[in-house]
Design a protein around this ligand. Structure first.
Ligand code: ADP
Length: 273
């Protein structure tokens, strides 16, 4: 087939952006309402299954226990999924609560590491908080940021929980350091890692790596998408360095607030009369 080079006309494509936006809003509204409505009955199902599985409350034979446990696990997954969907629609239309306060990152990381120690021990994994190098003056830098504590907590917890989920043996290290005018938080694991071609897609909605190592592990593929939205709303960024079979390090970089600014914002101490 020989195409003629002669210009024969122009095709114009007109997109009705308003209609598209309205459709997106309607879809987001629908997802938000549906997941909100689903949460209560799913929580009730989970609660009753929990009661049925509790030997102090109910008597069930071994076969029934096995089925109930499977139903319980699926319900738990469904609940997380609805919760994540709700968070996604809130981040997308700006309804996610955001009340920034000054947070010292080392303190927050230590608290989260303590909180997750039990889950790590259950999988016989080591979980450590690693202090930044104190430098020549041997002074530990205070890493202040201005962010919503709940949101930041969720982002870091998601990274630690992923590290625990995708690591079979070894060590998870959590720490932070100063870089220019930012604080860089890192969560490293000695887990399954990921192939180079998966990395650019990792923070997309519903993206999950599908291979023999991940197939058995449950998840929604929404955690990293939500984390990216939240971190970007804080004026920061999130990325990963990883090698298949060796492990991954996730980084979260957020603008730093200097100790002087924090002090200046604090009320002056009252002098005795
Ligand atoms: P989920 O874990 O619920 O599937 P996420 O959005 O948190 O969703 O993660 C997306 C995908 O990225 C996961 O399905 C997994 O394949 C991969 N992933 C995330 N964290 C790690 C990690 N620490 N090590 C290896 N793979 C990871």
């Amino acid at each position: 087939l020989q195409l003629s080079q002669k210009h024969v006309g122009t095709i114009a494509i007109l997109l009705n952006v308003d209609a598209q936006r309205r459709e997106e809003e309607q879809r987001s509204d629908f997802i938000s309402t549906a997941s909100h409505e689903m949460r209560t009955p799913v929580a009730a199902i989970q609660g009753f299954l929990e009661l049925a599985l509790n030997p102090k409350v109910a008597t069930v034979d071994d076969k029934a226990r096995e089925y109930l446990q499977k139903a319980y696990d699926s319900t738990k997954h469904l609940r997380t999924f609805f919760q994540d969907l709700l968070t996604v629609s809130k981040t997308e239309d700006g309804r996610l609560a955001n009340t920034p306060v000054v947070i010292e990152i080392n303190e927050l990381l230590q608290e989260l590491v303590e909180q997750e120690k039990m889950a790590a021990a259950k999988k016989q994994l080591e979980l450590h908080f690693s202090r930044a190098d104190a430098g020549e003056k041997n002074v530990q830098p205070l890493l202040y940021v201005h962010a919503d504590p709940e949101r930041l907590r969720e982002v870091i917890l998601n990274l630690i929980e992923n590290a625990l989920k995708y690591t079979k043996a070894g060590l998870i290290t959590v720490g932070a350091s100063l870089k220019d005018q930012s604080v860089v938080i890192r969560v490293s694991d000695t887990g399954i890692g990921m192939a180079e071609e998966d990395i650019p897609h990792l923070f997309q909605k519903f993206y999950r790596i599908d291979n023999s190592a991940t197939r058995e592990i449950g998840g929604t593929g929404l955690g990293l998408y939500i984390s990216k939205q939240v971190v970007e709303q804080m004026g920061g960024k999130i990325w990963v360095e990883s090698k298949l079979g060796e492990g991954s390090t996730f980084f979260v970089q957020i603008p730093r607030v200097s100790a002087e600014t924090v002090q200046a914002a604090q009320p002056a101490p009252r002098l005795p009369d």
